[in-house]
Design a protein around this ligand. Structure first.
Ligand code: WQD
Length: 339
């Protein structure tokens, strides 16, 4: 049997494929290469020794996507990573985000129903909780009040999945709410390579450390947090990847629709992360305090007891591991880009 991974050459998709291969699973990857590179296939092969089956297909292209299902009658599970994910861009191009994220999911679900594929894992986000009334966040906490179109696409898709499940109770659907993924594979051969100026904290830190940018802007130091800077639940991308393997194992037991937070259960401030990075890698990250970024919240971290209890999964990497691996990857990426 095979696992179809959309967005398979992206940041989280590629790390998940490696963990699936390690488990002996057969993987079929689909990606439109809008935010990833074809060379990722070689990198995955370098790490695992396995060359994955790959289709350059946009999930908006129903006909081409259907070909993948027709040619691979052994698809048992679909892990859907493909989508647009830049919060700022989603505010400028909301229709693009609604079209890409909603339509790709709808196309996939229609094909899964047509071809009798029952197991679906969806990349949701902590952003569906909106502005938390309290932390840590539990899966049972209210969702809604998203502050940008990207987040709203995740919220709407969760609703679509609930509705589809009502009429297709034979399906098994895992909604995984990611907190803040950071880090890279310990080999340093794959990691996050954002286009343009990074929006997220860790890629910005690594670009400052490598000398590509002269300092980090810390967005606000007057939040009611440990040191005034924003607190998030940073999860190592390899832990996130193993979370998907655990969710797949859960789906094999026919649980119906299930929802899990994937985080560490621990909050880390911006300045704590900067300090951990400097100490782990013995490199300086100059920073300046800047105004708060509009739409940011003070604190966001998960309670992950449900995943631990039901998926027998827990994040095992530390912030220091993530800092070391992100730095390894940034150095490799910078060296390769100069060739
Ligand atoms: C983390 C902290 C910033 C950059 C976003 C999306 C979310 C998910 C992950 C996924 C905050 C501070 C950041 C910088 C800084 N999206 N910061 N200087 O905002 O928690 O979550 O990414 O695909 O849906 O909303 O993550 O990494 O942008 O910020 O001070 O240059 O770092 O203010 O406190 P965020 P982030």
């Amino acid at each position: 049997m095979a696992i179809l991974v959309t967005g398979g050459l992206g940041y989280i998709g590629s790390h998940t494929i490696i963990e699936l291969i390690k488990k002996g699973e057969k993987v079929i990857a689909v990606d439109n290469l809008s935010n990833s590179k074809i060379t990722m296939i070689d990198q995955i092969e370098k790490i695992t020794g396995v060359r994955i089956t790959f289709y350059q297909v946009d999930c908006l292209d129903k006909e081409k996507l259907e070909e993948v299902f027709k040619e691979n009658k052994d698809i048992r599970d679909v892990i859907h990573f493909a989508g647009s994910k830049a919060v700022g861009e989603s505010c400028v191009k909301p229709l693009l985000y609604y079209e890409n994220n909603l339509m790709s999911t709808i196309n996939l679900l229609n094909l899964m129903i047509k071809y009798g594929v029952k197991n679906f894992i969806f990349s949701s986000s902590a952003t569906v909780y909106g502005t938390p009334k309290r932390v840590p966040l539990y899966e049972t906490d209210p969702i809604g009040g998203t502050t940008n179109p990207y987040g709203t696409t995740k919220l709407i898709i969760e609703g679509i999945l609930q509705d589809v499940y009502k009429v297709h109770p034979e399906m098994n659907i895992a909604i995984l709410r990611y907190f803040n993924p950071i880090g890279a594979h310990e080999s340093g051969l794959i990691g996050e390579a954002p286009n343009g100026i990074p929006n997220n904290l860790m890629p910005y830190i690594t670009q400052v450390a490598v000398g590509q940018r002269d300092h980090l802007n810390v967005f606000g130091d007057d939040y009611p947090t440990v040191d005034g800077t924003g607190v998030r639940d940073y999860i190592h991308v390899v832990d996130l990847a193993t979370g998907h393997v655990a969710a797949l194992e859960k789906l094999a037991t026919n649980p119906g629709l299930v929802i899990y937070n994937l985080g560490t259960g621990k909050g880390t401030s911006v300045l704590e992360l900067v300090k951990a990075f400097e100490e782990a890698n013995n490199v300086k990250v100059p920073y300046e305090i800047a105004p708060r970024r509009p739409g940011d919240i003070a604190e966001c971290y998960a309670n992950c007891d449900k995943a631990e209890k039901e998926l027998h999964w827990k994040a095992t990497h530390t912030i220091v591991d993530a800092c070391r691996d992100s730095w390894k990857w940034q150095q490799y990426f910078t060296k390769e880009s100069k060739k």
